[in-house]
Design a protein around this ligand. Structure first.
Ligand code: GCB
Length: 611
């Protein structure tokens, strides 16, 4: 990460930015690998105001304040009284602060259950340089964000887990600037996700905020991945004016250097021999430094090269069958407890997964932090990445579909260079119906279109006919794997020791990767294995589930639910839950439950089988 020098840069001498703006497209798309740019890190403490009635947005007739009118009232103006008589009923400077990145629920007790609007304000100094372009980048804000710079609205964004940016070239003041963000995490039926989820609706500016600097013409996007015929494939995309240029892609350690020429839109396809690369795998998570150069701009990234494909009932990683020894993970640190705030939190979760002998994780149920994927690359964990198309979405609303497709697209755009990601998931436990099939079918096609070098799947459900668990969801036709959640021994079926009387009837002859099974146990509560909520019950459920699942001939992996206990408003038992979903293999204090060791034993055996 490179930092802009704030104080030494020359202030504007003339309005060069207006000149640049006139020649550049308004929509720049997301900057690939934004952390590699010159940045001003805007993380830290932001002043905030809780605004349940949206008083800072609407007047007393509930009309949105008019930004151009003289009697301005919007909090985005970030005003102070100009004399002792002036009435202004807010003051950011005197308001308390929240840490960014971070949700508000975990930082302030009175906000634990709050869903609504909170205003954030951050002041920063910068000296914009002539000839440079500036982008205000948000890693994620949950859910609806309205962004203002120096009182002027830059735009809004919906979706709590994907990044967005605004070009602010020509809009930054030399010296002090004020960013105000109105964040609203109210749940709505037509949004993605919808009103009903089994996770905490953490609100706020939950991921990094930064101001990135780029030259007038810069490398805004690239995909550099290993294709199927030992070729390095993808594209580079330039952004700015006069876009037809030479671009050189080098992987010095592998002796690779290739130059391509971009077309008038700034794009060039990449396809050249990979030569002899050490391929990325969980056993050897080799990453290469890849540099991309064009006149006036350079960017470098750490990229792993590997292939993934399905052959019959096998998943092949670099041509060899693998068994996905996984676990599901939420983007939450139980020790805070709240959304993960930094690399330490993320590393803790993946280290726990490693201790379980995982080679794979399911990052449920929405895109996780970009840094999580970079860590998975580095630590050698394959990844299932998902969008929050969860349960009962508004299947017939075209805006809802557009929103889902946008979130999927932004996730793929952001993470397409991560070797760790082998599967894009388009959703979880969506109930079978015609409108849903049409919605999900389009989303599956979109995922394949966006990225044909990975597998596409979704967590489906089983339905039961007597002792048979049937998987015949017609969406399965459009997916590369058979994946389903199956809660025998917890939500249905008898006690764990009776589970082996069930069998599966799976319509699709593809690799089967179970996306969920499990049951709740309160860490430290011990009883016999027939007593619900006890560690013994959960451990026994795992033992019998593992026996049951091994009867599936195409079983090639699993991500039991879930690595760690997590907060959920749906879990209200006053003794055993207290707003925690207790299906974690690790308790909310970080203590490993008995089932952790049952699963680890199984994974140790699988590792030997698949060597
Ligand atoms: C599921 C959901 C997951 C829940 C879990 C549970 O099927 O996919 O989000 O948390 O079950 O604990 O019931």
């Amino acid at each position: 990460m490179k930092y802009l020098r704030l104080s030494f840069l020359l202030p504007f001498l003339f309005n060069f930015n207006a000149f640049i703006m006139a020649q550049t497209p308004a929509d720049t798309g997301l900057i690939q690998n934004v952390f590699a740019r010159q940045i001003v890190d805007l993380d830290g403490r932001w002043n905030y105001m809780v605004d349940p009635y949206e008083n800072g947005y609407y007047d007393y007739r509930h009309q949105a304040y008019d930004q151009s009118a003289s009697d301005r009232g919007g909090f985005y103006d970030d005003r102070k009284p100009s004399d002792k008589n002036e009435l202004i009923e807010y003051d950011f400077d005197l308001s308390p602060t929240l840490k960014v990145p971070g949700d508000w629920n975990s930082q302030e007790e009175k906000l634990l259950y709050y869903e609504g609007t909170v205003w954030y304000r951050r002041k920063f100094d910068v000296s914009p340089q002539a000839g440079k372009r500036y982008f205000l980048y948000f890693g994620a804000v949950n859910y609806e964000a309205h962004i203002y710079l120096n009182g002027k609205k830059l735009g809004m964004h919906k979706g709590g887990f994907t990044p967005f940016q605004f070009e602010v070239t020509g809009k930054l003041a030399a010296g002090e600037n004020s960013i105000v963000v109105k964040v609203d995490n109210t749940r709505h039926a037509d949004e993605i996700p919808t009103v009903n989820t089994d996770w905490w609706n953490y609100g706020g500016v939950t991921r990094d905020v930064l101001l990135a600097e780029a030259p007038a013409v810069f490398i805004s996007d690239y995909k550099i991945q290993l294709g199927r015929n030992n070729t390095i494939e993808g594209y580079v995309q330039l952004n700015g004016a006069s876009l037809s240029k030479d671009v050189t892609v080098s992987i010095p350690e592998a002796g690779i250097k290739q130059t391509v020429h971009t077309d008038a839109s700034g794009r060039a396809a990449i396809s050249f021999p990979a030569k002899k690369l050490t391929l990325w795998s969980p056993g050897q998570p080799k990453l290469y430094t890849v540099t991309i150069h064009t006149a006036g701009d350079d960017v470098s990234d750490r990229i792993g090269f590997r292939t993934v494909e399905v052959k019959g009932r096998d998943i092949l990683l670099n041509g060899k069958p693998v068994f996905l020894r996984g676990v599901s993970i939420h983007d939450e640190n139980p020790l805070i407890p709240g959304r993960n705030r930094g690399e330490g939190d993320l590393r803790m979760l993946l280290t726990w997964a490693r201790q379980l002998n995982c080679n794979y994780v399911r990052l449920a149920h929405y895109p996780h932090n970009e840094k999580m994927l970079r860590l998975a690359d580095e630590m050698g964990l394959m990844v299932w990445a998902e969008v929050p198309v969860y349960w009962t979405i508004s299947w017939t609303n075209p805006d809802t579909y557009r929103n889902a497709e946008k979130q999927l697209t932004d996730m793929v755009i952001r993470d397409k260079n991560r070797a760790s990601i082998i599967i894009w998931s388009i959703g979880n436990e969506t109930p079978v119906s015609e409108p849903r099939l049409s919605f999900m079918g389009k989303l599956a096609a979109k995922a394949h279109e966006l990225d044909n070098s990975r597998l596409v799947s979704a967590a489906l459900e089983v339905h039961r006919q007597g002792d048979v668990a049937v998987v015949d969801d017609p969406l399965g036709e459009k997916l590369d794997l058979v994946s389903f959640n199956e809660y025998a021994g917890w939500y249905w079926g008898d006690k764990p020791s009776d589970l082996t009387r069930y069998r599966f009837d799976i319509k699709y002859d593809r690799p089967v990767v179970i996306t969920e099974f499990g049951g709740d146990a309160l860490g430290g509560f011990h009883a016999d294995s027939a007593t619900r909520w006890s560690e013994e019950y959960q451990a026994s459920l795992y033992r019998y589930q593992l026996q049951l699942l091994q009867t599936i001939p195409g079983l090639r992996g699993m991500t039991p639910w879930i690595l760690v206990d997590f907060r959920s408003p749906r879990r209200q038992h006053p003794v055993y839950q207290n707003f925690w979903n207790r299906k974690g293999l690790i308790s909310e204090t970080g203590q490993k439950k008995e089932a952790f060791w049952v699963l680890k034993d199984f994974y140790d055996q699988q590792e030997k089988k698949y060597q």
